[in-house]
Design a protein around this ligand. Structure first.
Ligand SMILES: Cc1cc2nc3c(=O)[nH]c(=O)nc-3n(C[C@H](O)[C@H](O)[C@H](O)COP(=O)(O)OP(=O)(O)OC[C@H]3O[C@@H](n4cnc5c(N)ncnc54)[C@H](O)[C@@H]3O)c2cc1C
Length: 254
């Protein structure tokens, strides 16, 4: 069945960081089925900015269990919709929205625990947040590792929500923040560019191997703004093979 734009009312606009807002939509009962979504999916918004009609896609950051359709929009310099959303969009405004679409997820099965590994940069966290919340709720024995790159601490979108998830799922969620423009006083790692010393350090720390009963591993990478692939690539090798739930770290990328 072809999807059509539906007019939805903005239920809430929440400032997440100085250049990012999250926006929740009210979904009326008669559209509830059409707007049912799977973790990691996205919606397309159509609106008029000035004289121009624009369409933009945004990943859903809420989990299907939260009974909320919420996205996060990071302001792009000179960007039409992201600037409008950050500076002008208000509760009660209406936007045309296409029902959720996309396949940025893997099927969940509570009987098959997995190790999930996700890399996110900036606003790329939006679908990953939905995945984390859903996976940890649905698969009680699965573990999730997030490597999340940002410029500095104040620009970390959903920092508090991630921290509270970390507290809730202490032994199943591992959070690794990489801050490219901030010196941290945590000497755990000296930066991902120093590949050899990082590996050696991990070896010294005798990081636990993944639990042997994990049948599969699932790896997600999400970014909406450029982050050098070689940074993420180095982490891929390390984090896929070494996972220690319950840990939280901050690292500086040189
Ligand atoms: C599946 C998907 C999911 C996404 N999820 C998210 C999300 O969760 N959160 C999020 O923040 N973003 C997300 N995005 C990105 C989002 O769709 C928009 O691209 C982003 O918000 C920028 O839109 P904008 O209208 O603000 O910028 P635009 O108006 O599209 O401009 C983007 C940039 O291009 C420049 N530009 C525009 N026109 C020209 C021109 N003619 N010549 C030169 N430069 C030009 C602008 O100055 C600006 O720097 C997602 C994209 C996709 C495809």
């Amino acid at each position: 069945m072809a999807s059509h734009f539906r007019r939805l009312r903005v239920q809430d606009v929440r400032r997440e960081t100085s250049d990012c807002v999250s926006v929740a939509f009210a979904v009326p009962d008669d559209l509830r089925e059409e707007f049912r979504f799977i973790q990691g999916q996205n919606i397309t918004i159509r609106t008029q900015v000035g004289k121009e009609e624009i369409r933009r896609s945004y990943s859903i950051c809420s989990s299907p269990f939260e009974e909320e359709l919420r996205i996060a929009v990071k302001k792009v310099p000179g960007g039409l919709f992201s600037t409008y959303a950050n500076d002008q969009l208000r509760m009660g405004d209406e936007l045309d929205v296409l029902p959720p679409t996309g396949a940025f997820y893997t099927p969940l099965n509570p009987a098959k625990p997995k190790n999930y590994l996700a890399f996110a940069a900036g606003s790329g966290i939006t679908p990953i947040l939905s995945l984390i919340k859903t996976v940890l709720a649905v698969e009680p024995d699965s573990q999730f590792t997030l490597v999340y790159g940002n410029r500095h601490r104040p620009s970390i979108i959903f920092r508090e929500e991630l921290e509270s998830l970390k507290n809730r799922y202490m032994h199943r969620l591992a959070l690794h923040h990489i801050l490219s423009r901030e010196k941290t006083d945590i000497s755990l790692h000296q930066g991902v560019r120093q590949r050899e010393s990082h590996r050696e350090q991990q070896d010294r720390e005798n990081v636990a191997e993944p639990a042997p009963d994990r049948e599969e591993e699932s790896c997600h990478k999400s970014r909406h703004q450029a982050v050098p692939d070689h940074h993420l690539g180095e982490y891929k090798g390390l984090a896929c093979s070494r996972h220690r739930p319950g840990e939280r770290s901050e690292q500086q990328v040189g």
